[in-house]
Design a protein around this ligand. Structure first.
Ligand SMILES: Cc1cc2nc3c(=O)[nH]c(=O)nc-3n(C[C@H](O)[C@H](O)[C@H](O)COP(=O)(O)O)c2cc1C
Length: 383
């Protein structure tokens, strides 16, 4: 019943998800909510976070709690930010700009996706110095160079290159929904839209969402068939990453790292950080949950580069679980998407507020006046 109540009665990110589900046509909801194949990784990501136990320490003065943390030289309000999400305006019209503005207002990082439904220039303007750019390395070097040059010109100083798309993820829900880009308005889709009148009206006002950064490549129907060659990167190798490192003068992060040796190689190449990520369980169903992969990775990089983790963050305490296991920072994708889907700008703000309030409470309970006080001594396994 939570979807009938005001946003202030949404107590958790899961509540926001249920509200979003009621407001959004099924094909668009599944696009964000779904994962690869039987969604084992999607489930396991969240379960594995829940399994990390932190032991409270008492008799510590926590009357002042500081949630700020510094990452790559910039101080942010919380130890979590917003992960890149492509085509998010299909989930809720104007979601991209709504979230970019929220991240700027709340002083957390916002990562603009290559596959966003808003141009990287517009997102840079909205997120200002809190905006980072996520890059899919295209099989066409000119396309990649074009995006890098545009990101530079737009003022981004941090580039996050995504490594975990050598093949397209197989998402069973999208296949069942016959999802395609551009959207095909089959009778079933039209019916779903009619059952979500607010979404339908707003979508009519904002127009059909598209991968805005590639608009010039998508003038013809056949060019859509080639879009995968741009977003899926089977030929992306370590040699390409080295070239990218030489080309990009700002901070360079690699997203999608799960193996300790890959993490160490990123540090050896001179990357500034990695994102331990399985794309929110959207690429494979058989891989490890990220929070399980994290300890071996933090050991392997031994503090040489920043380690960020995403995939499965649904609670403020999850960012502290990650911190206790050695991560410097966390990103959430769906948590923010569910917020904007649950109530536009107010829903996005509510998602941030829920995570932030949970974080503050968890810090108090852990006897940690600041985020930097959280470490391995809070792990239940440590005596
Ligand atoms: C609908 C959707 C689209 C995504 N698009 C991108 C993308 O364009 N680039 C990228 O690097 N990651 C993308 N991701 C992965 C997210 O950046 C992030 O890794 C993931 O959402 C984290 O898991 P969480 O949703 O459980 O927080 C996408 C995720 C979702 C759910």
């Amino acid at each position: 019943m939570v979807y009938l109540m005001g946003l202030d009665r949404a107590a958790s990110i899961d509540d926001l998800r249920l509200r979003a589900k009621k407001r959004i046509p099924r094909f668009a909801f599944d696009l964000v909510d779904g994962g690869a194949e039987n969604e084992r990784n999607l489930r396991r990501n969240c379960e594995a976070f829940e399994e990390v136990e932190l032991t409270p320490r008492y008799m510590v003065d926590v009357s002042e709690i500081d949630t700020q943390t510094t990452l790559l030289g910039q101080t942010f309000a919380t130890p979590f930010g917003m992960a890149p999400i492509g085509m998010l305006n299909a989930f809720w019209p104007d979601a991209d700009l709504t979230l970019a503005r929220l991240c700027k207002a709340q002083n957390i990082p916002y990562v603009a996706s290559s596959a966003a439904s808003t141009t990287l220039e517009d997102l840079a303007e909205a997120a200002e110095d809190n905006g980072w750019f996520q890059l899919y390395v295209s099989s066409d070097p000119d396309v990649t160079e074009g995006l890098i040059a545009r990101a530079e010109a737009a003022g981004y100083t941090t580039l996050m290159v995504t490594a975990d798309v050598p093949a397209a993820g197989k998402r069973d829900r999208d296949i069942r929904n016959q999802l395609s880009v551009p959207f095909r308005f089959t009778p079933e889709v039209v019916l779903q839209c009619m059952l979500s009148p607010r979404w339908a009206l707003m979508s009519l006002r904002h127009g059909t969402p598209n991968v805005a950064n590639y608009a010039d490549l998508l003038q013809t129907a056949t060019s859509y068939a080639n879009l995968q060659k741009t977003l899926i990167t089977p030929g992306f190798t370590w040699a390409d990453l080295k070239r990218l490192r030489a080309r990009w003068k700002g901070k360079l992060l690699v997203k999608g790292i799960l193996h300790p040796r890959d993490a160490k190689a990123c540090a050896d190449i001179g990357c500034d950080g990695i994102v331990v990520s399985n794309h929110g369980g959207r690429q494979v169903a058989f891989g490890p949950p990220t929070i399980k992969a994290l300890p071996a990775i933090t050991d392997a990089v031994a503090g040489r580069i920043a380690v960020i983790v995403d995939s499965g963050i649904r609670r403020g305490a999850d960012a502290l679980r990650a911190k206790a296991l050695g991560a410097d920072f966390s990103f959430a994708g769906r948590a923010f998407a569910f917020g904007v889907g649950a109530g536009g700008q107010a829903g996005a703000a509510r998602a941030f507020e829920i995570l932030q309030l949970e974080l503050v409470r968890a810090l108090g309970q852990l006897g940690a006046p600041s985020v930097d006080n959280v470490g391995s001594s809070h792990l239940s396994s440590v005596q």
